[in-house]
Ligand binder design. Structure first.
Ligand SMILES: C[S@@+](CC[C@H](N)C(=O)[O-])C[C@H]1O[C@@H](n2cnc3c(N)ncnc32)[C@H](O)[C@@H]1O
Length: 214
């Protein structure tokens, strides 16, 4: 689906339930390449995934020994994630909750807080939520935000890049106190890959922001 096909005024729950309600899984069920690279270098502890979708990232983290929690707007996606966790024998180390992150206040802290492609063509106060999520990072912990910097190569050539997350705008939105935080990465990483359900190899650009609480 192109972002131009979506009515941006649509209610977010209705939109995302509609996306997940089509019958099949809409994501690959695998962790994304950036999370795999970044989390492989960390010692497993507790993790929180924002906008966890069908749970691919949470399941992969749990398979490495993390105790991982996913918060996600769509109840359909949460049910799919729970059933995938059960099938994989990872129910004990995974926790999924249907949660509109606009209404969420962090109550716990985690060694890793991650948000992968937490982007939406309908209403989403993304920066406000990510800023609030910094409170959920434990001392010594990491926050990783991975986003589509742009549509994949060849798709939507006339689009406005500023509509997509860029490293400097994401970092500015976090508004971190340098006494309390180190910025490890705020960059665009490029990778080759395929869209779920398609064979064509495309170039993807990811905005990757990694910050660490001292
Ligand atoms: C592009 S998908 C990414 C899903 C998953 N992180 C992944 O990488 O496969 C964005 C996700 O954010 C969720 N989302 C959108 N708005 C949300 C909100 N207000 N609260 C919680 N989740 C939300 C959507 O339901 C969707 O699952």
């Amino acid at each position: 689906m192109s972002m131009h096909d979506v009515d941006p005024t649509m209610d977010p729950t209705e939109f995302w339930e509609g996306r997940y309600g089509t019958g099949d899984n809409i994501w690959s069920g695998k962790a994304n390449a950036v999370l795999e690279k970044v989390a492989s270098e960390l010692t497993p502890g507790t993790a929180l995934d924002l906008g966890a979708g069908e749970g691919g990232d949470v399941l992969w983290l749990a398979s490495l020994g993390w105790d991982a929690t996913g918060l996600e707007l769509s109840r359909t996606a949460v049910a799919r994630a729970e059933s995938a966790a059960e099938k994989a024998g990872l129910s004990e180390r995974t926790h999924f909750f249907a949660q509109d992150l606009h209404q969420w206040q962090p109550e716990q802290q985690y060694d890793l807080v991650t948000a992968s492609f937490f982007q939406s063509p309908v209403a989403l106060e993304r920066h406000e939520i990510l800023k609030r999520a910094t409170q959920a990072v434990a001392s010594g912990g990491t926050m990783l935000i991975t986003s589509h910097t742009a549509p994949p190569s060849g798709k939507e050539p006339n689009f406005d890049r500023s509509m997509f997350p860029q490293p400097d705008t994401d970092l500015t939105a976090l508004n971190l106190d340098p006494e309390l935080w180190d910025v490890a990465t705020a960059e665009i990483w490029t990778r080759e890959g395929t869209h779920h359900g398609h064979n064509e190899i495309m170039t993807f650009e990811d905005t990757v922001v990694i910050v660490r609480r001292k």
